[in-house]
Design a protein around this ligand. Structure first.
Ligand SMILES: Cc1cc2nc3c(=O)[nH]c(=O)nc-3n(C[C@H](O)[C@H](O)[C@H](O)COP(=O)(O)OP(=O)(O)OC[C@H]3O[C@@H](n4cnc5c(N)ncnc54)[C@H](O)[C@@H]3O)c2cc1C
Length: 574
């Protein structure tokens, strides 16, 4: 079936919905999502969305920009960080006017709390900058955007799994996939295609990400012969529930929670004397693992405690109801009485599809744009987060750069001719599905996927080194060789999750390979990328972005200089 639109947005998280809502002002727009749109990972965002409103204490966008750049370990493009910090207050007011029910302070202003790495007066002390809706911030923003999109006539194609971008005369002119409910192909024809497919936390065994975060957008870009940028920078959030990876938001520490090692010590005082438990995530994740390696984990095990007892039952129920409830559900514990076992969990990709500040996808490091193709949200690398993202800076990135992407599209599609679809649009998808359904191979998707996830968790995690990365790369090559021998136990076309997972596994392997390769090439430590064999930041050689391409002879790296700006690199002290 061929669906005709002006704009198709692949991904229905906050980035996709915001782009769609902006573009629908003057275009026929569709959002496509492999899960029901309202189940996109954005709904899981708990803690907040950053903007220097100054509702609780003095704050300025310049301070927010400084924190973003310093938090990024100076790898952010400063023009992008400036846009983010400057536009954030207005973006919050726009959300408020759409009906997002922000939590309020005693003066009925939008309430704000502290969050990791956000400071006043260029690093002096923590500042209250995170706006929030108790601990359901993503859910509330998604609900408002979804309602608006429906009201304005954005078409929703739920449970459609995109497999291929379509090009004609070097313009992106659509995308092809299939309907998960029926297995039937679906082709979308448009003047503009947006990738808003989120992250790829599922390449790790322990992750805070939902099941849909398998990096499909990254793989679609690689298929289109596009490079991926800065993929070595994978954020591990310090407080995942031990063994499960489910996130306990930084909001818990903002409200007074503290981390304790097995000796009961508040160890962050030693690693970050000013910000303590609200230091950036890369620093806290490394501190936790250091304590564990020095046998100061709880009972000699590989976790520490998050102690929320000081917050009090009433505040926990009022400000952190979601967290309190899932700690009870998953651990059977009452956080007002008992400490929570936590360890770092894979959380966010700083890297992604190279994109300029207006959402255009860049074809290579020299920066020519690919007409008709745009990217926004976690799958895009603008690059505003550099080597490490600050908490609450993703949601504001989705809103600001989602809107800018929608505006570029509105301007550009007026004069863009819709190129005819390539003739083989449907058959690409049909062939892919048929070859898997007809395969009699004896490899199983779940086995290969688990091997990949364990490998990434063991060898390309918070700490990495040349030896483990070389080994991981060789193992990924072996897993890739086994992939064509995958056979499915179910041959049905109706909601065949095994088929879906086989297709996702192919994407995950390719994204993992680029991640490990990028990490191997960057011989320094910066932000979330810590090489124990190159433990220092090396600004002379490595103040540049990594670009990795898939070529017929294997992966190939290139580098692109940063867009520098007003803040010169300093040593990061917190
Ligand atoms: C548990 C958790 C808590 C977080 N809390 C915060 C927070 O408090 N503050 C903050 O700033 N950030 C937070 N983050 C980060 C932030 O929520 C994410 O980075 C952000 O929501 C990603 O949004 P997105 O729109 O880019 O993609 P997502 O919301 O991940 O949506 C991706 C969309 O793409 C679709 N898709 C993917 N592949 C395909 C395909 N092949 N075909 C069709 N559709 C496809 C999916 O179905 C989905 O609709 C949190 C993240 C997690 C995991």
């Amino acid at each position: 079936m061929i669906n005709e639109y002006d704009v198709v947005v692949i991904g229905g998280g906050i980035a996709g919905l915001y782009t769609a809502l902006t573009a629908v002002e003057n275009a026929k727009v569709a959002v496509i999502s492999k899960v029901h749109v309202t189940r996109s990972h954005s709904v899981a965002a708990q803690g907040g969305i950053a903007a220097s409103l100054g509702n609780e204490e003095e704050d300025h966008w310049e301070w927010h920009m400084y924190d973003t750049v310093k938090g990024s370990d100076y790898l952010a493009d400063q023009n992008a960080a400036e846009i983010l910090a400057k536009d954030a207050p207005n973006a919050i007011y726009t959300l408020e006017h759409m009906g997002v029910p922000f939590s309020r302070n005693a003066e009925s202003k939008i309430e704000q709390r502290r969050f990791g790495g956000h400071t006043k007066n260029f690093g002096e002390a923590p500042v209250k900058r995170a706006c929030y809706i108790s601990d359901r911030t993503g859910r509330a923003i998604m609900d408002a955007l979804y309602d608006r999109c429906l009201q304005k006539g954005v078409a929703m194609h739920n449970e459609v799994f995109i497999q291929q971008l379509l090009f004609a005369l070097n313009n992106c002119c659509g995308a092809a996939g299939y309907d998960l409910a029926t297995g039937k192909p679906q082709v979308f024809h448009a003047k503009a295609v947006v990738l808003a497919t989120g992250g790829c936390g599922k390449i790790y065994k322990t992750t805070s990400n939902g099941f849909a975060s398998t990096g499909d957008g990254f793989a679609l870009a690689l298929d289109a012969l596009l490079p991926l940028e800065d993929m070595e920078f994978v954020q591990f959030h310090p407080t995942g529930i031990y063994g499960l990876g489910i996130l306990i938001s930084e909001a818990a520490r903002a409200e007074g929670g503290v981390l304790r090692n097995g000796l009961g010590e508040r160890f962050m005082e030693r690693y970050a004397p000013t910000l303590k438990d609200l230091a950036p995530r890369d620093i806290i994740s490394r501190a936790i693992l250091k304590e564990i390696s020095e046998s100061k984990g709880v009972d000699g095990k590989d976790y520490v405690y998050l102690d929320l007892r000081g917050i009090g039952k009433e505040s926990l129920n009022h400000k952190l109801p979601e967290i309190t409830s899932f700690i009870k559900t998953y651990l059977g514990l009452d956080p007002s009485e008992t400490q929570i076992p936590v360890a770092p969990t894979c959380h966010y990709m700083m890297g992604g599809i190279p994109t300029d500040v207006d959402g255009h996808v860049l074809a290579d490091k020299a920066g020519p744009i690919l007409p008709g193709l745009y990217a926004a949200g976690e799958c895009a690398c603008v690059s505003v987060h550099g080597a490490n993202r600050l908490g609450c800076n993703s949601l504001i990135d989705l809103v600001i750069f989602g809107r800018r992407t929608g505006l570029s599209i509105l301007k550009e599609i007026r004069t863009r001719i819709c190129q005819p679809l390539p003739v083989q649009a449907e058959s690409i998808v049909i062939d892919k599905i048929n070859s898997l359904l007809e395969s009699h191979g004896n490899e199983r998707v779940a086995v290969l996927r688990e091997s990949l996830q364990c490998l990434m968790t063991e060898e390309c995690s918070v700490y990495r080194n040349g030896q483990t990365l070389e080994h991981a790369l060789a193992q990924i090559h072996l897993l890739k060789k086994r992939l064509p021998n995958v056979g499915l136990t179910s041959k049905s076309r109706i909601f065949n999750y095994e088929l879906q997972e086989a297709l996702e596994l192919n994407n995950m392997l390719r994204v993992a390979e680029v991640t490990v390769y990028s990490a191997l090439m960057r011989r320094e430590s910066r932000g979330a990328h810590f090489r124990s064999d190159y433990p220092n930041r090396n600004d002379e050689e490595w103040l540049k972005h990594t670009f990795v391409d898939e070529t017929p002879t294997g992966l190939k790296e290139n580098y692109k200089p940063l867009a520098s700006g007003r803040f010169a690199p300093e040593k990061r002290r917190y």
